[in-house]
Structure formats: structure tokens, C-alpha cells
Design a protein around this ligand. Structure first.
Ligand SMILES: *[C@@H]1O[C@H](CO)[C@@H](O)[C@H](O)[C@H]1NC(C)=O
Ligand SMILES: *[C@@H]1O[C@H](CO)[C@@H](O)[C@H](O)[C@H]1NC(C)=O
Ligand SMILES: *[C@@H]1O[C@H](CO)[C@@H](O)[C@H](O)[C@H]1NC(C)=O
Ligand SMILES: *[C@@H]1O[C@H](CO)[C@@H](O)[C@H](O)[C@H]1NC(C)=O
Ligand SMILES: *[C@@H]1O[C@H](CO)[C@@H](O)[C@H](O)[C@H]1NC(C)=O
Ligand SMILES: *[C@@H]1O[C@H](CO)[C@@H](O)[C@H](O)[C@H]1NC(C)=O
Length: 787
């Protein structure tokens, strides 16, 4: 309740500040607190220039310092010190420091990184009850995680990397129910992981590398959002961690995992990075890992995987890194990994593969070793396992002798081979090898830290704009900066003082509302930021003088300069239209934009009534969805509903049930235009064309070539075309419930892109320029049930 009152006060102030002009002043008590903090931190470089008359809320932009004020209070404080900062002196008291800090009660984001802070974190940190992001990495904190933190139930990211925290994780961790990022790398925590981790359903990133956690990993299968699990360098195991099939990056390196890789890994269709190296895995190497749909990084080295590899297994062509070294593999070296190896690191030393390579052992070595490993069914207990190994090595004294000999032989060879091994082709490892968060994940993460996310989409932080600023940018909303008018208000193009362009949408209010009525919407809009959305940069309210109700709202968006998708497909001369690869990429972009609207923020936004003219391309031809269903517009303006067959009354009930599937239908129409290249106008045309497409799915490739846009038909692989046609037809199914999910669509589009890529690669390689007739898809296509 207190919060609401606070809000009202803030809003009132805000309305006034818009009228009075834009000068946010901090409460003087908060300014004093900041100065105290500067003193506590022993006047670090990043706070240079802070004095008692500093305008704290409008600092010069610096990477090492961010202060964000909302009305009179500080809501974000980021102070980043230098990398190797020493511990603060003996007279520093973490207790007094936190006592000072909690005098900024509205803090939502607190980042105190590399500042030499030390001590046991006191419980009273819990008084910062608005906290959403806490990052105190690279300091010298010790002791256990204080229970106080568990009462910060709004916490979305807890980042404690690079400290000296020790002891066990509290069992009640599950109470942080909206936690999205939990990062505890480079500490000294130990003990088992609490089962309650398994109930943090919003968790996207769980990073616990370089600690000494032990025991089994709790069941994380309910964490449908979990994309990164990094457990490197602990003592966890022996069972493979149970995770949801949507996992993207799984790092188990340097632990005590022993039993084989379970079959369910096969269904991890988004798995991009798998590192199980330096464990004690036994059992057959599952060669399907090489051909999983999203895999690009696979490290199984230094385990005891057994089994025979075949030269003709298939691999995902996107694999950038494969290390099979130091296992007990026999058979041939997969040729798909050897070919086209320019951009790939592939190592397989110290196995028993049949190749001239001197780093390999004789077959018998691997067979004997496999025997000695004693591969047991999973349910056997470890005690029995060690008994069996013991029995084997005692009874088989001949085997023992052979092993000793083999070992000597191996060592000698290894020594000789050392130089040889170093000559293996070495490429560039992607930036996300095992540390950092992958940009792929960041781009769709719900709300990780501002800074991390900004890095991913390269936009300035969301902020409020002053009316003067917008007037200046548009030359007082001059007609020369007017770029269009829709049912929901005018659009202007503005140029900010730093030279960047923005698009400003001006919404005139028909009814009188206070700014408070919009707070919730604004909060939602501020989260509409994604690589494939025309993202929101900020807003500004204009209010009436008499009762402070809102007269106009300005929403500021990024300006996307390169025309609409339609213009790139239907309106240009043949030579400058998008090619097939670019079209698939655009479709993937649109699908990702839709996925973000549906699932990237809560509540999801749909239906969006997307048309091909709402898809804009930026200078790199990245597709961005504009004119989505802004929450504000739906309620206060109403968007035109002239739309397709969806609006028939029969379907009205369905409409409520399957709202997200209406976007899928509209996406189907966009795909139809992308494939056919035609500017389809009527619903009848859609039906006719869809039937044509449906008919050619099972026909021969020549018929398929006839329906695709002639501008691209020569340069598209039949397999990718077929996939695109299939998914397009499914999107256009009459019954919304039958239409595929965005995830299914993305999966299929990515498959189409991959096939097209492989096809292009092959055709480049055929030196006589003849079409490649016997194209083999790069990997087996998984069948994913449509629901
Ligand atoms: C700032 O500090 C100086 C010196 O301590 C003092 O003279 C001055 O009055 C202070 N100004 C304000 C606005 O508090
Ligand atoms: C702590 O001691 C240092 C000198 O060792 C001094 O410069 C600093 O002002 C002291 N800090 C506090 C908060 O007392
Ligand atoms: C953890 O420590 C390693 C070195 O032991 C270092 O390379 C890495 O950057 C550290 N990571 C973090 C997140 O502090
Ligand atoms: C493994 O983690 C421990 C901390 O638990 C650390 O001291 C050690 O350097 C780490 N080892 C590697 C290879 O990173
Ligand atoms: C890690 O924990 C295990 C017991 O779980 C212990 O035996 C080992 O010494 C610990 N390692 C370190 C580096 O603390
Ligand atoms: C591959 O694994 C082997 C064995 O653990 C290791 O020595 C080698 O450095 C790894 N290669 C790469 C490129 O990481």
C-alpha cells in the first residue's frame, strides 16, 4: 500500500515536472547518501567529480557509473571499479556501508562491481525491498549467502560472481520466484544444491562454475526457461543433470559425472553448446550428438566414452568446435567433420580411431580399457562397480601386463606426437566458448541486467524524454518531419542532438486520464526491446494545465531506415530483390520478433495484426517488427480491425482461446508473400495461392519451382523451399488450434536456412558449375509433434 501512495506521489511530481520543464533534482538526503557511499568506497576513480553540488541524476555518460532517478529517488545505481581493485582498508565496515545503502529505498538495480568491498553481507540488505537486480561481483565478500536476500522477492537477477562466498546454498532459494539469472561463478561454495532450485520456474541462467558443490544436481526439468546451465569445475555427479529439453548451453566440464548421456538429450532441439569434458563418463558415445539441430560446440574430451564411430555419420554443418580427444573410441573419423574444416576446430587425438594419425592407440587398447572401466547399467551402485573393476584387474593379470605395456607405448607415442598434435587446424573459437553469456540468449532474455541486454541489442537505455527535446528533434513537429498517420496517431521522424534518428509516435488522448493510469503500460512498453522489434527508446507525457490529465503521449522508437519487407520483395527490380537466403533470414527475424512479443515479456502481446508492410529492414537487412499491438493503443485508441477471415463471428470464441495463433495466421500470409513474391491483396488470393502451395508439397521439384517467385527460383534449394511451403501452409490452417507454435515455426525455418546454406556451399564447390543433383541434407530432420 505504501508503495501505491509512493507511486501516486511520484506520478504527481512527474506530471508537474513535465509542465515545469525537465529538471530532475534528487532529494537532498539521497544526494548525501551518495556522497557517503563515495567516502566508504575511498573515492574511487569512477566517482570522480562527485561533490555536494553535483547533479547526480544527469551524469555524463560513463561506462563505469550509471545513476538513474525516477522522480526524486534513485532507482538504479551502477558503480564499476577497475579490474584488479584491492580490498578496501581495514576500517571499512560492510555493516555501516549497507546501513547507508538502504537509505536509497527505491533502488531497483544495484551493481557494485570490482570495488574492493569485503565482509559478510548483512541481512539488512533485505530493506532494499524494490531490488530487481543485484550484482556485487568481483569483490571480497565471504560467508554464506545471507537469508535476508531470500526476502527480496522481486529479485530477477542475483549475480555474486568472483567473491569468496562459502558454505551451502540456502534451502529456501525457491522463494525467489521471479529469479531469472542466478550467477555464483568463482566462489567457494560447497555442499549439495538445494532441491528448491528446481522450482525457480523463471530461471534462464544458472551459472555455478568454479565452486566445490557436490552431490547430484536436483531435478531441473520443470525449468522451461532455463537456457544456460554452467556447472564447470565442481564435484557434482554421478548422474547426468535432469534438465528441460529447451536448454541451449550445458557445461558440465570438470565434475564427477559418470553414467552415460541419457537418451532424452536427443530431444534437446535448441542445444547449441555441450561441454561434458573431463568427467568420468563411461558408455557408448551417442553419435547423434553430432547431428543435433542446433549444436555448434561439442566437447566430450577426457572421458571414457566407448564405441565405434562411422566415417559416414552425419553432422550439423554449423559445428564450429568438436573435441573427441582422450576417449576410447574406435572406428573411422567422421568425414563430415574433416571436410569443410576451415572454420572448425576438430580434435580427436588419443582414441583408437583407424587413421594414419600417430596420436591414436591400437584398437586392442581401447577394448581392454573399456573392459577395465566396467560399464555398468545405471542402477548398479558404485560400490559394486569398484568391486568389479578390482576383480577384473586381479584376475586378469595378463590383461594387466598388456595394459602396462600399452601405457608405456602410449606415453612414448604421445611424447613423439606432441608436435604433430599442435599442427591440427585451429580456427577461431566463438566468443561464447565457456565464459560469458551467449548473445543468442541475451537477445530473447526477459529482463537480464540492463547492461548485459544493451550489449546484445545495442540500444541506449529506456528513458523519459522531455517535451522540449522532442520538439527540438522534430523542429516543433514540423510537417517536414511528419512520416505518416495511422488510426493510432501521427508518426514523426526526429533527429536527436547526438545526431541519431528516432521515430516518434504521438498519441492524442480522447478521454482524460492521469499519468498514473498509464504507468503499467509504460512499464510494459519499456520492456519492448528486442533485436527483431522496432524497439521502444522512451516516452514523454504532455499534460493539461488545469487537472494534470494527459493530453498527449509521445512514444519514442528506434528509427529503421531501410524500407519495408514488402518493398524488398514485390516493389523492386529483379536484381535488387531479396534473395532466397535473405528471405529465409527475414522470416526467421519476424518469427523471433513474434516469439518475443508472445513470450519475452509478461503478459505476452497478441494478436498483433501483422502485415508485410509492418516489417521494416535495417541497414543490415535485419527484419524488425513494427506496429505491434501496443498495450496502450488497444485500450485507448482501438486499432483498425479490417482483417482477413479471422473476424467471422463463428470464430469469435476461438479467438479468445487461441489469440496467439492469429499472429501465426498473419505470419503465414507474410510467408506466402515471401515465397511467391506477389503483393497479395484479397483474402481470395490467399486461399487460391495456399491451395496451389498445398498441392506442390508432394509434387516434384519442378512444380515447386513454378510457384516460387521467379526472382529467386534458380537459387533456392528444393528441400528448403519445400520446408518453407509446408510451414506456410500449416500457418494458414483454418482451425487456429491446428496451427504450429512459434517455436515449431522457428525450428523449421532454421532448418530451411541450414539446408539452403549447405546447398549453396555444395554448389560453390562443384567446379564445373553444374547443378548439384544428389544433395544430402546436413542432418536427419527431427519430427516435432505440432503440439
Ligand atoms: C558544499 O560543501 C562546502 C564545503 O564543505 C560548503 O561550504 C558548502 O556550503 C556546501 N554546499 C552545499 C550546497 O551544501
Ligand atoms: C580509512 O582509513 C584510511 C586510511 O587508512 C582513510 O584515508 C579513510 O578516510 C578511512 N575511511 C573511513 C571511512 O574512515
Ligand atoms: C573466474 O576465474 C577464472 C580464472 O580462474 C577467470 O578466467 C574468469 O574470468 C572468472 N570468471 C568470472 C565470472 O569471474
Ligand atoms: C576450480 O575451482 C576452484 C575453486 O573452487 C579454483 O580454485 C580453481 O582454480 C578452479 N580450477 C580451474 C581449472 O579453473
Ligand atoms: C571439495 O569438497 C570435497 C567434499 O565434498 C572435499 O573432499 C574436497 O577437498 C573439496 N575441495 C576443495 C578444493 O575444497
Ligand atoms: C581437446 O581435449 C584434449 C584432451 O582433454 C585437450 O588436451 C585439448 O587441449 C582439447 N583441445 C581443445 C582445442 O580444447
Amino acid at each position: 500500500m505504501g508503495k501505491e501512495v509512493g507511486h501516486a506521489a511520484l506520478v504527481l511530481f512527474f506530471a508537474l515536472s513535465v509542465l515545469v520543464g525537465h529538471s530532475e533534482k534528487l532529494q537532498s538526503s539521497q544526494a548525501q547518501t551518495l556522497l557517503r557511499i563515495q567516502q566508504f568506497l575511498n573515492f574511487p576513480e569512477s566517482l570522480n567529480g562527485w561533490k555536494n553540488d553535483t547533479d547526480f541524476c544527469n551524469p555524463e555518460p560513463r561506462s563505469t557509473l550509471t545513476v538513474v532517478c525516477y522522480e526524486e529517488s534513485i532507482t538504479q545505481l551502477h558503480i564499476i571499479g577497475e579490474k584488479e581493485t584491492n580490498k578496501l582498508s581495514k576500517n571499512f565496515s560492510i555493516d555501516s556501508f549497507v546501513t547507508t545503502l538502504v537509505k536509497l529505498p527505491n533502488l531497483k538495480v544495484l551493481r557494485l562491481v570490482s570495488l574492493g568491498l569485503w565482509g559478510a553481507l548483512p541481512d539488512k540488505l533485505s530493506r532494499l525491498s524494490s531490488l530487481e537486480i543485484l550484482d556485487i561481483s568481483s569483490n571480497f565478500f565471504y560467508g554464506t549467502i545471507p537469508r535476508g536476500i531470500l526476502s527480496l522477492t522481486g529479485l530477477q537477477a542475483l549475480i555474486l560472481d568472483g567473491n569468496m562466498f562459502n558454505g551451502r546454498f540456502p534451502d529456501e532459494l525457491g522463494s525467489l520466484s521471479v529469479l531469472t539469472v542466478l550467477s555464483m561463478r568463482n566462489n567457494s561454495c560447497s555442499g549439495s544444491l538445494p532441491d528448491s532450485l528446481g522450482s525457480l520456474e523463471n530461471l534462464r541462467i544458472l551459472a555455478l562454475s568454479n565452486n566445490n558443490f557436490s552431490g547430484e544436481v536436483p531435478d531441473l526439468r520443470k525449468l522451461e526457461n532455463l537456457q544456460v546451465l554452467d556447472l564447470e569445475n565442481n564435484s557434482l555427479g554421478p548422474q547426468f543433470p535432469p534438465v528441460n529439453k529447451k536448454i541451449v548451453s550445458l557445461v558440465l566440464r570438470k565434475n564427477k559425472f559418470t553414467y552415460g548421456i541419457p537418451d532424452e538429450v536427443k530431444s534437446f532441439y535448441q542445444l547449441d553448446h555441450l561441454d561434458v569434458s573431463s568427467n568420468k563418463f563411461v558408455g557408448p558415445f551417442p553419435s547423434y550428438l553430432l547431428s543435433m539441430p542446433s549444436i555448434t560446440y561439442l566437447d566430450i574430451s577426457a572421458n571414457r566414452f566407448t564405441g565405434m564411430l562411422f566415417e559416414d555419420v552425419s553432422c550439423n554443418t554449423e559445428l564450429k568446435f568438436v573435441n573427441l580427444s582422450a576417449n576410447l573410441l574406435t572406428g573411422g573419423v567422421p568425414s563430415c567433420l574433416l571436410s569443410n574444416s576451415r572454420n572448425r576446430i576438430f580434435q580427436y587425438a588419443a582414441n583408437c580411431l583407424a587413421t594414419k594419425d600417430v596420436t591414436q592407440q591400437p584398437n586392442s587398447y581401447c577394448q581392454n580399457q573399456a573392459l577395465a572401466v566396467g560399464i555398468l547399467p545405471h542402477h548398479r551402485r558404485q560400490k559394486e562397480a569398484s568391486k568389479i573393476i578390482l576383480a577384473l584387474s586381479i584376475s586378469g593379470s595378463t590383461i594387466g601386463a598388456v595394459l602396462l605395456l600399452a601405457l608405456a607405448f602410449v606415453l612414448a607415442r604421445k611424447f613423439l606426437a606432441k608436435n604433430e598434435a599442435q599442427k591440427l587446424p585451429v580456427g577461431i573459437i566463438e566468443e561464447n566458448a565457456s565464459t560469458g553469456y551467449t548473445s543468442k540468449i541475451l537477445s530473447d532474455a526477459r529482463y537480464i541486467t540492463q547492461a548485459m541486454k544493451l550489449g546484445a541489442i545495442g540500444l541506449p537505455a529506456y528513458r523519459t524524454f522531455s517535451l522540449e527535446e522532442l520538439e527540438e528533434a522534430t523542429n516543433n513537429f514540423d510537417t517536414s518531419s511528419f512520416i505518416g498517420e495511422g488510426s493510432c496517431g501521427q508518426m514523426y521522424r526526429g533527429q536527436m542532438t547526438d545526431g541519431t534518428y528516432v521515430a516518434i509516435r504521438c498519441l492524442k488522448m480522447k478521454r482524460r486520464h492521469s499519468t498514473q493510469d498509464f504507468l503499467h503500460h509504460i512499464e510494459l512498453i519499456s520492456k519492448l526491446r528486442h533485436q527483431h522489434l522496432v524497439s521502444a527508446l522512451g516516452h514523454c507525457f504532455e499534460c493539461y494545465l488545469d487537472d494534470s490529465s494527459v493530453s498527449r503521449i509521445f512514444l519514442v522508437f528506434e528509427y529503421v531506415p531501410n524500407g519495408t519487407l514488402r518493398s524488398w520483395i514485390s516493389d523492386r527490380r529483379a536484381g535488387s530483390k531479396l534473395n532466397w537466403t535473405q528471405r529465409i533470414a527475414a522470416a526467421i527475424g519476424v518469427a523471433k520478433g513474434i516469439q518475443f512479443l508472445h513470450t519475452g515479456i509478461v503478459p505476452g502481446i497478441f494478436p498483433n495484426y501483422l502485415k508485410i508492410t509492418d516489417i521494416l529492414l535495417d541497414q543490415n537487412l535485419v527484419a524488425k517488427v513494427s506496429s505491434y499491438n501496443l498495450p496502450l493503443l488497444a485500450e485507448h485508441m482501438g486499432k483498425d480491425d479490417v482483417h482477413s477471415s479471422n473476424t467471422s463471428t463463428q470464430l469469435k470464441n476461438l479467438r479468445v482461446m487461441h489469440q496467439e495463433k492469429f499472429d501465426i495466421y498473419d505470419f503465414g500470409i507474410i510467408l506466402l508473400k515471401i515465397i511467391s513474391g506477389r503483393p497479395i491483396i484479397s483474402e481470395r488470393e490467399v486461399v487460391v495461392l495456399k491451395d496451389q502451395l498445398q498441392a506442390v508439397i508432394t509434387a516434384d521439384d519442378a512444380s515447386r519451382k513454378r510457384v516460387v517467385d521467379p526472382a529467386v527460383s534458380d537459387a533456392c534449394s528444393d528441400e528448403s523451399l519445400k520446408t518453407m511451403i509446408e510451414i506456410c501452409c500449416k500457418c494458414l490452417l483454418q482451425n487456429p488450434a491446428d496451427r504450429p507454435s512459434v517455436e515449431d515455426i522457428l525450428w523449421n525455418l532454421q532448418f530451411a536456412a541450414q539446408v539452403q546454406d549447405g546447398w549453396r556451399g555444395e554448389s560453390f564447390h562443384s567446379s564445373d558449375g553444374s547443378p548439384v543433383s544428389s544433395f544430402k541434407p546436413p542432418h536427419q530432420r527431427l519430427t516435432i509433434p505440432w503440439h
